[in-house]
Design a protein around this ligand. Sequence first.
Ligand code: ADP
Ligand code: MG
Ligand code: MG
Length: 254
Amino acid sequence: MATLEINDLHVSVETESGPSEILRGVDLTVKQGETHAIMGPNGSGKSTLAYSLAGHPKYTVTGGSVRLDGEDVLEMSVDERARAGVFLAMQYPVEVPGVSVSNFLRTAATAIRGEAPKLRLWVKEVREAMERLKIDPAFAERNVNEGFSGGEKKRHEILQLELLRPRVAILDETDSGLDVDALRIVSEGVNRVRETGEVGTLLITHYTRILRYIQPDHVHVFAQGRIAESGGPELADKLEAEGYEAYVKGGAPA
Ligand code: ADP
Ligand code: MG
Ligand code: MG
């Protein structure tokens, strides 16, 4: 069973006035099949956590460890992390000029599976996944994220998630900018992957709205670069009612 173990993780980012510590001791264990919601105010370091796990070069780990089934994730290159099964859907996905969705997905699948998927099966797999996500077939020939609407970017990420079948999926504000219909379709995709029991999901969000569609097993409040409180789904209800104020001002409530 795949387990991601984050231990006392400290991460700094380079700013104009020197390095600035953003993550200040994150502890979190995500097991295969579990869904963890990470909720917190803007600027608390949620995206920094996501990027650090994926190996973004801008973020420097200054302390702590990240292990996937005991393997040191921090020692791995970005590609190695992807092959080990760590998947990141970014809050602000980048454009990949000149690369079509269809080629991008096949290249990614080849890298992760270790061999190119058989073309006919692959085409069928992609077509069916696109149908489930109500994505227009013409979308496959467009360049990745080029001129995509917010909703198209998010659907494209869930399409990747469904096709690449990672062991740990980090979804950073997958709900942002989606209307109710798109949110439902995207959530259904996440739930389908979740129901396989094969993936551990880290669902990062500012708002509780998506948690009506994707029910987390655990909820964590992220504040000032660390987890300030953990609980079950009822913690999300409390946040919905009370907001983050208690955490922003004085850290975790007593
Ligand atoms: P969240 O996703 O919770 O809104 P972020 O991780 O995006 O928070 O940001 C946390 C803090 O780190 C913010 O104060 C932000 O300005 C700072 N930060 C994050 N990434 C960078 C970066 N690449 N350069 C400078 N500052 C950054
Ligand atoms: Mg933010
Ligand atoms: Mg963010």
